[in-house]
Design a protein around this ligand. Structure first.
Ligand SMILES: Cc1cc2nc3c(=O)[nH]c(=O)nc-3n(C[C@H](O)[C@H](O)[C@H](O)COP(=O)(O)OP(=O)(O)OC[C@H]3O[C@@H](n4cnc5c(N)ncnc54)[C@H](O)[C@@H]3O)c2cc1C
Length: 384
């Protein structure tokens, strides 16, 4: 058993922490207020290799291990949470396109994604279907050598900035649930595509959108993998991605705790530093205990993933626990800053708003607990 990071991983942590502090943190509030998409930060992340972590080397990526992906999510989140969506979505695009895309599609989309010059969104959720993602209504009907896609996708991260999306649609007339779902790479400048923005509580720079497809024709070469394999493709990616999301949430919680520890040693009340009151120090001690425990669960899950072992249960555990824990921790940090904590001059209110989104996105806590229960007790624990 060895719970230490390697010297190389420690160096990566130092580099990314410095980058997040210098390049991202000072601009995070601006991106939140304006909702501006941070293309220049994307390019900088591309230069650092963060957007090609799961992209094949032949297409300009790093083919990094899952642990590196987790470190990147945790460290970048310390500077700006919205930017971690870049790492996770470029990672999912790299993984799904890399494994299932034809050569033409991979050559067109993967290198610019890895460089931070293109954004590929992932469009699964629909207005009528989220948690029950195997029950889609969007259809892709065969038309000569291509397909015609009709339907609507809702809540799609980076949907306003993306040039393309991986769209999941039914290719069977009477599908046996998820087995009828296929994946397509759809350039968003094709005729018949429309998009409209959602006004979110947090991570406003992410620009979530509703994407509408009205008879959008894509060539057969844009289908990813075999017909009917779409659901499996996205679920494989979710297993490791959820751990990255958990680490991003913990990164925000950790930086908030560090800032709060510094503050309570300086701030005085009743003639002494407030750190000397156990009503102040004990919540910090408790929060740090929970964050440490959850963080090591995440790294163990990534270690399992890198060994090629099943990690579905651990992944779902981290995904319900970490966002909730981060919200609670940041809330506590906000309160310990007194009335200053409640203002937008300090980052806590934004961080809380940002992290809440991932209590829902990529699977709610309830759905994650269903997965944990299924892994523990078998399908007899499922409601269907
Ligand atoms: C910040 C953010 C980013 C997102 N990014 C993307 C993206 O990039 N691409 C994409 O495709 N989607 C994205 N989504 C959508 C997201 O995946 C869905 O919102 C999520 O899966 C939940 O689906 P829903 O919103 O339809 O809620 P519903 O499925 O309608 O659920 C509503 C409530 O019912 C509960 N519920 C449902 N079924 C059960 C059950 N069996 N047992 C107990 N409780 C249950 C849920 O937990 C939830 O509390 C994003 C969402 C957010 C908030």
């Amino acid at each position: 058993m060895d719970l230490a990071f390697t010297a190389e991983q420690e160096e990566l942590i130092r580099t990314l922490r410095a980058f997040a502090r210098k390049e991202l943190a000072p601009r995070s509030a601006h991106w939140d207020r304006t909702g501006e998409f941070p293309w220049d930060a994307w390019r900088l992340m591309g230069e650092l290799g963060l957007l090609g972590l799961r992209v094949p080397a032949a297409h300009g990526g790093q083919e990094a291990d899952y642990l590196t992906f987790g470190i990147a999510m945790e460290e970048i989140a310390r500077g700006d949470f919205a930017c971690t969506y870049g790492i996770q979505l470029a990672g999912l695009a790299g993984e799904i396109l890399g494994r299932n895309g034809g050569e033409e599609v991979k050559a067109r989309w993967l290198p610019p994604t890895a460089r931070g010059e293109a954004v590929v969104a992932l469009a699964l959720t629909e207005p009528g279907v989220g948690s029950d993602a195997g029950n889609l209504a969007c259809r892709a009907e065969r038309d000569g050598d291509g397909y015609v896609i009709t339907g609507e996708k809702s809540g799609i991260s980076l949907g306003m900035a993306a040039q393309a999306a991986i769209v999941f649609a039914l290719t069977e007339a009477r599908p046996a649930r998820a087995r009828g779902v296929s994946a397509f790479l759809v350039p968003l400048d094709l005729p018949g595509v429309a998009r409209s923005p959602l006004r979110d509580l947090g991570t406003r720079a992410v620009g979530r959108a509703v994407l509408a497809f009205d008879g959008v024709r894509v060539p057969g070469s844009h289908r990813l993998g075999a017909e009917g394999s779409g659901f499996q493709q996205v679920m494989q990616g979710f297993d490791y991605n959820r751990i990255g999301i958990a680490l991003a949430c913990l990164g925000v919680a950790q930086v908030s705790l560090e800032e709060t520890m510094a503050y309570v040693k300086e701030r005085r009340a009743f003639g002494r530093a407030i750190a000397q009151f156990q009503g102040v120090s004990f919540p910090i001690a408790e929060a740090q205990t929970h964050v440490d425990a959850c963080r090591w669960l995440c790294y163990r899950a990534l270690w399992l993933a890198d060994r090629g072992e099943r990690h579905t249960k651990e992944s779902a555990m981290t995904k319900w626990w970490a966002p909730r824990l981060a919200v609670d921790t940041i809330h506590q940090c906000l309160l310990l800053h007194g009335h200053y904590g409640y203002t937008d001059e300090l980052p806590f209110e934004q961080r809380m708003r940002d992290v809440i989104g991932l209590e829902i996105g990529d699977g709610t806590a309830e759905v994650m607990k269903m997965v944990v229960a299924r892994e523990l007790m078998g399908r007899e624990s499922l409601p269907y």
